[in-house]
Write a protein that binds this ligand. Structure first.
Ligand code: SF4
Length: 245
């Protein structure tokens, strides 16, 4: 099997609980959702994958898509995994390709903490297939008012149930339009399904016609969630603030 990969590079993790950790990112092409605030190119099939030659130098070379698991593992290993916390499988949506995750992860050796899966949390059957292949799961709950998508609560519940067998946290993207009820539902879902799993409220990044979020609104949303579960943090996309990839 061969797969469409957008880019492979070394940078810091800019979001969520592992913010600041050095990772190699394998960004898969394509997504099953279309969130209003999406900052990832998920349209046309990428003719080439750009692969960083030297960790952190942005000296990319191009490799023709699609790639096999061995090609991806080789490009990843060339970035010196021993200096990295983990390898992030990201996208787009990496769980569109469960067969790749199963084939690729045994080929990735030498990170300090293993495999980190960044996912939109909407493909529970795919997750069940690969959960034994990953060490950490960063999953989204997609809030309808922000994404413009239909509610996905039951899908997220099934996903979280499986994800919680690993180191896991849930991320929600919040904006000025995020209603308190959606944050309450998210926190209650965590409480009922996987108590102890942290919730990260990530303010939507300003850009285009999307407005930044008022700090007061974020504090109100955090307080609401904290009235239901123990661990709720507000963390922005720090890589954008610092100018990382
Ligand atoms: S799930 Fe992520 S990659 Fe997919 S459309 Fe939404 S923001 Fe973009």
């Amino acid at each position: 099997m061969r797969y469409p990969v957008t880019e492979i590079f070394s940078s810091i993790q800019g979001e969520g609980l592992l913010v600041g950790c050095r990772q190699v990112f394998i960004r898969m092409h394509g997504c099953n959702l279309s969130c209003a605030y999406c900052d990832t190119i998920t349209g046309e099939f990428p003719a080439c994958c750009r692969v960083e030659a030297t960790p952190g130098k942005s000296d990319f070379k191009l490799i023709a898509n699609p790639l096999g698991a061995a090609d991806i593992a080789e490009a990843t290993a060339s970035l010196d995994l021993s200096r990295h916390h983990s390898v992030s499988l990201t996208g787009g949506e990496p769980l569109l390709y469960p067969s790749l995750v199963k084939e690729l992860t045994p080929l990735i050796k030498g990170t300090r903490q293993g495999i980190y899966l960044e996912t939109n949390g909407t493909l529970p059957d795919s997750l069940a297939e690969v959960i034994d292949c990953v060490d950490m799961v960063a999953m989204d709950f997609k809030l309808p008012a922000m994404t413009g998508c239909a509610p996905l609560w039951e899908t997220h519940r099934r996903f979280l149930k499986t994800a919680a067998s690993k180191y896991t946290f849930v991320k929600i993207v919040a904006g000025d339009k995020t209603p308190p009820e959606e944050v309450i539902t998210a926190a209650e879902l965590i409480k009922d399904t996987a108590p102890g799993v942290p919730l990260v409220i990530q303010p939507v990044s300003a850009g285009g016609n999307i407005m930044a979020v008022a700090a007061k609104h974020l504090l109100e949303l955090q307080e609401l969630a904290l009235s239901i579960i123990d661990d709720v943090r507000v963390i922005p996309q720090t890589h954008k603030i610092m100018g990382f990839l």
